[in-house]
Design a protein around this ligand. Structure first.
Ligand SMILES: [Zn+2]
Length: 102
């Protein structure tokens, strides 16, 4: 279990979960139409966000939860959704590894 491969799989699961959680939060706040059409925008200045501003955890920490242009706060709900998704993804991998180890 404590093999490098297991660790890599868990990290991968957490990242995938974070992306899913982030997407789920976008669906919650903007609806399916908003989530599937058009890119993410800042709620404050309506500027389209670049891809590097949409990396789970990383973007939030680097920008300290604020828009680079107008400084308006990015909702903590997004970060929470990413953390929750990451936890679910990591647990899912753990369960999967546990089952396959039997
Ligand atoms: Zn902004």
């Amino acid at each position: 279990m404590n093999t490098p491969l297991g660790v890599i799989l868990i990290v991968f699961g957490a990242l995938a979960g974070a992306v899913v959680g982030s997407f789920a939060e976008v669906v919650r706040s903007r609806g399916w139409r908003g989530a599937l059409h058009g890119r993410s925008r800042c709620d404050g200045c309506r500027r389209e966000l670049r891809w590097f501003e949409l990396v789970p955890f990383l973007s939030y920490s680097v920008q300290r939860g604020r828009c680079r242009t107008c400084g308006s706060r990015i909702g903590a709900a997004v970060l929470l959704a990413e953390i929750a998704g990451a936890a679910v993804g990591a647990v899912a991998v753990l369960v999967g590894l546990g089952l396959s180890a039997r």
